[in-house]
Structures are given as C-alpha cells and as structure tokens.
Design a protein around this ligand. Structure first.
Ligand SMILES: [Zn+2]
Ligand SMILES: [Zn+2]
Length: 418
C-alpha cells in the first residue's frame, strides 16, 4: 500500500492525497489552492490536462467536505470516474453552484460543472464503500465549519489509514470525535498512518470558543442591540445555528435572502430531522423596500444574515434605523478583514458601513493544538503521522506528544510505502 501526498504539506487548502495498492488507486480531496484576499486562486492544477494526468488509473475520488480547498478541482475530472461526497454536502454544493452560475464574474461556473456534480455518488456516515473489491473506505462524521464533513478510514492490504479531513471538537457535535475514534475506529485494528489537518498550528493567537459560547455571546449582543447584521459563511451550519438560536432566544426576527434560505432548508430537511438543533423553521425573507415588513422589523428587532452583494440595500436600510441600536457582527476568520495578503476588500467595504458599531465574534472550524495532540496520542499510529492543511507542517513536532510519535511525523510531500 502506498500513501502519496500530492499537495497539502506546508499549505492550508489545495489538499490532494492518493492511496494506492498494486491494483487500485483512490484520491482523497481534490482541492484548489485558496485565493489570497482579492486575488483569484493561483493553482497550476486547475486545468483539465494536469488533473487528467494525475488521475490516470484512479478508480474513485472521495471528498471530505464541500469547501473549495478540498473539492473545487472536481470540475476537471473526466466523466465516468466515481466521485463521492456526503449526501447533504452534495445538495449544498448543488445549491451553491446553481446560485453561482448566475454571477459568472465572481466564480465562473458552467452548466457542465453542475451536470458533473449531479453525477456525484453519495455516502452516509459509517457506510463501507468498496473500491474495486480491494480498498474499503468508511466515512465517519466530523464537526467542522461545513455541514456533512467526514474523516475517512481506508483499509487495504491488511493496513489502515485514517484521513481526518478538516475537523474540530468545539462544534455542537464535536464531542463525538474522541468517542468515535475510541469506540468504533480503533477497535477495528491499529492505524498505520494518520493523515491529519494542522491549520491552527500557525494560528495560535486565535482565541478558540465553543460554538455554544458564540451563541451565548450573540444572545448578549442581541439583548443590547435591536438591529443586528451578521456576516458569516452561508454554509457554516453550526454558526447559522448559533445566530438563529440567539435570535429565537431574544425574540428577534431572523432574516435571510433567497440563497441563504435554500441552504437553511437543506439543513432543516436533512440534519434537522435527526437533531432539533439544526432546524431553521422560524425565519423570514428580508424584502428590501417593503414598508409594512420594515415597520414590523423596527418593532421586533432583527438578526439579518448579510452578504457583500447586499451592500447597497444595507446602506439604505441603515438610514432608516436608529444608529444607537445597530450592530454589525463579523463572524468569519479575522484574516479576511485584517490588513494583509488575505484581506478581502468586499468584507472591509461592508464593515465600513457600520463605523464603530462593529463586533467580531468567531471561532475556528479547525482543531486546536491540544485536540491535535489528543487525536495523535489516542490514534497512536504505528508508522507515520502526516500533517497536511497547515502553513508550517514542521510545527507539528512542537505538539505535546511522546517522542515515539514525534519521530513518526512526515512533513514533506511524497510517498510512503507500507
Ligand atoms: Zn480546508
Ligand atoms: Zn474546510
């Protein structure tokens, strides 16, 4: 069995991992390099030729979750190669692509991308997927800033590889992580190679809150401010729960646009049937310029999900609200707003509408160094730990893990033979 990290060491995103036996090859994630600030992604793999070269002889591709840095290069995969993603993740991706196809200047999405996406095979948690009667892949749920994210157990040639994907243990369902590892995955037998994310190793100054604390903080803020505008990811289900629940708790109207409503409907119809927490039943479309709705909202107060495209309507709406009761909550990674190479102009612009009436309230979608250390120690792989999705993979050696494990860290792109 061979494990090849094509991309992912010393960079966040753009992950491509290959696992192969003598007769079968699979790829885990085909991610595009993340764009830097306003500059589009620079990615030498983002073309049909290079992807076709990479996947000659590949039997199947598995995606951990729907973030572009894990899935975006799917569009260069020739038809006929099996591509797998979670059932709910596929619906969210389709919803996003169907919205993006109408705004070609932002992200060029073509009709054939959507057709290809529609052909994706899906899986459910703990479903064993045989590939070529040779490799077995089993997805296990992980908490992340995306809905329907998974780690994969890959078994072949009597060996086991665990690929964590992006994960954390401080999301609403995060505490299940160690239990799944301990009670379900590890009893199957020793893990030979652990491929794990390490995003937060280079973001150690960020304060990590439990997602429930985001909700509690949001409740406090909504009690102080009647008109709350929130900039957060439209597909980060946990964060949407936090603000939705805070709005419910404080009697504020929860407002969204068409696209956000479509995504929330998917969450309600799927995860919401299993966990009450993921239901978004009491929200409303914001109808800009609708006087009657505005009068109701003025009385009740609101929590409105905003996107940069709403700039003009928010600007106008702000003139109709008492300034002292307005608040803008920025609930995404600070790197997009702070000065520097990752800064996104459109976020700065929208924040600028609110002068000093701005609060930042966010927590990472990624595991803390303590959690990474706990996972490494519990999994205790026999052969290697490969840290991907980290700006500085070598930093993994600074984690509080035993010497024996530290010696197993492999922090370079390349192939390991098992
Ligand atoms: Zn990622
Ligand atoms: Zn992610």
């Amino acid at each position: 069995m061979r494990v090849t990290i094509h991309r992912g060491i010393n960079q966040i995103g753009g992950c491509i991992t290959e696992i192969a036996t003598n007769k079968t090859r699979i790829i885990i994630d085909l991610g595009q390099n993340l764009p830097k600030g306003n500059i589009p992604s620079d990615d030498n793999m983002a073309n049909r030729e290079n992807i076709e070269d990479l996947i000659i002889g590949v039997n199947a591709i598995f995606y951990t979750h729907y973030h572009g840095d894990h899935v975006e290069l799917f569009k260069y995969v020739p038809k006929g190669i099996a591509q797998y993603i979670g059932e709910v993740a596929k619906r969210v991706m389709l919803c996003k692509y169907e919205a993006l196809i109408h705004i070609p200047e932002n992200a060029p999405v073509k009709a054939e991308d959507i057709q290809l996406l529609e052909s994706f095979k899906t899986f459910r948690e703990k479903q064993e997927i045989p590939v070529n009667n040779d490799i077995k892949v089993t997805p296990y749920f992980v908490s992340h800033s995306a809905c329907d994210a998974y780690m994969f157990l890959i078994e072949a040639d009597g060996k086991r590889i665990l690929h964590t994907g992006d994960f954390r243990d401080h999301g609403y369902l995060g505490k299940g992580l160690m239990q799944v590892l301990e009670k379900i995955i590890l009893p199957k037998g020793a893990i030979n190679v652990l491929i794990t994310e390490g995003t937060m190793l280079s973001r150690s100054t960020e304060k990590v809150l439990h997602e429930n604390d985001i909700k509690l903080n949001a409740i406090e803020l909504m009690r102080q401010y009647k008109y709350v505008f929130v900039l957060c990811s439209s597909t980060d289900v946990d964060r949407l729960v936090s603000f939705y629940q805070a709005a419910q708790e404080t009697g504020r109207s929860f407002l969204y646009d068409n696209y956000q409503k479509n995504v929330l409907n998917i969450f309600t119809e799927t995860k919401g049937t299993i966990h009450e927490l993921f239901r978004f039943d009491n929200g409303h479309y914001y109808k800009h310029g609708h006087k009657k709705q505005l009068d109701i909202l003025k009385g009740k107060g609101f929590c409105m999900l905003v996107r940069p495209k709403h700039y003009n309507q928010i600007k106008e709406l702000l003139t109709q609200l008492p300034e002292k009761q307005i608040l803008f909550i920025y609930s995404m990674w600070s790197g997009y707003l702070n000065e520097g190479e990752n800064q996104k102009e459109e976020y700065v612009k929208i924040e600028g509408l609110f002068n000093d009436r701005v609060k930042r309230l966010h927590t990472s979608g990624h595991a803390t160094p303590e959690t990474l250390a706990a996972v490494c120690s519990l999994v205790n792989p026999t052969t290697a730990i490969i840290p991907i999705h980290s700006e500085d993979s070598e930093k993994f050696r600074e984690l509080p893990i035993i010497e024996d494990l530290r010696n197993k860290i492999v922090a370079y792109n390349g192939t390991i033979h098992l």
